[in-house]
Ligand binder design. Structure first.
Ligand code: ZN
Ligand code: ZN
Length: 175
C-alpha cells in the first residue's frame, strides 16, 4: 500500500521536526540570555562608573533562563535611578539655576532688586557703589583702587560726588 506512509517514516519525520524545533528554541533561548546580559551590562555602565557595581549588576542576570529573569527583576529594583548622562544634565541645570540666582542683584540692606549700575538703592538709600573721582566709572565700595583707571584717590571712604563738589567750591573760592 503505497498511499499510507510507513509508521517509522512518520516517526522519523516527527523526530526531525522535533529536533529542528529543539534547536530553534535552544538558539532563541541562548540569544535571549545573551542579549539580556549585554543589555544589563550596557545599562549598568550607563548608570555607574564603579567597576564593582558594574560586575554585580551583570552577575545578577548571568544565570541561564529562566533564572536570569529573577536577576533582571532584582536588577531593575536595585539599579541606580539615574543614568550618568541624566545626572550630568541635572548638575548642569542646577548650576545654571544657581548662576541665575547669583546674577540677580539685590540690595544688601533691604533685599530689593537693583540694577548692577545703581549707585544708591532707590528703596532704602543704602549706598551700593561709588563713582571714581578720576574717571567716573562705578567702583565697588570695597575697592581701594579704581579698577578702570588705577586711581588711588578713592582710598578715603568719600561719598560719590563729594570730591567734585569740593573742587567746585575751591574753584569758586579761587575766583
Ligand atoms: Zn535697599
Ligand atoms: Zn577710575
Amino acid at each position: 500500500m503505497p498511499q499510507i506512509p510507513d509508521l517509522t517514516e512518520i516517526l522519523a519525520t516527527l523526530g526531525l521536526v522535533g529536533q529542528v524545533l529543539f534547536w530553534v528554541t535552544g538558539a532563541y533561548f541562548v540569544a535571549f540570555w545573551f542579549s539580556i546580559i549585554v543589555w544589563t551590562f550596557r545599562d549598568i555602565r550607563a548608570r555607574s562608573r564603579d567597576l564593582f557595581t558594574q560586575a554585580l549588576g551583570t552577575l545578577l542576570v548571568l544565570p541561564p533562563p529562566p533564572l536570569n529573569l529573577g536577576g533582571l527583576i532584582l536588577y531593575f529594583i536595585l539599579r541606580p535611578r539615574e543614568t550618568l548622562a541624566e545626572m550630568y544634565e541635572r548638575s548642569l541645570e542646577e548650576e545654571a539655576l544657581l548662576q541665575g540666582i547669583e546674577d540677580v542683584d539685590v540690595c544688601p540692606a533691604c533685599k530689593q532688586l537693583i540694577e548692577p549700575d545703581y549707585v544708591i538703592c532707590p528703596n532704602c538709600y543704602t549706598q551700593l557703589k561709588r563713582k571714581c573721582p578720576e574717571c567716573g566709572h562705578l567702583m565697588d565700595l570695597a575697592w581701594n583702587v579704581c579698577a578702570y583707571c588705577g586711581s588711588q584717590a578713592a582710598q578715603q571712604p568719600l561719598p560719590t560726588s563729594r570730591p567734585r563738589e569740593v573742587t567746585l567750591e575751591e574753584d569758586r573760592e579761587a575766583q
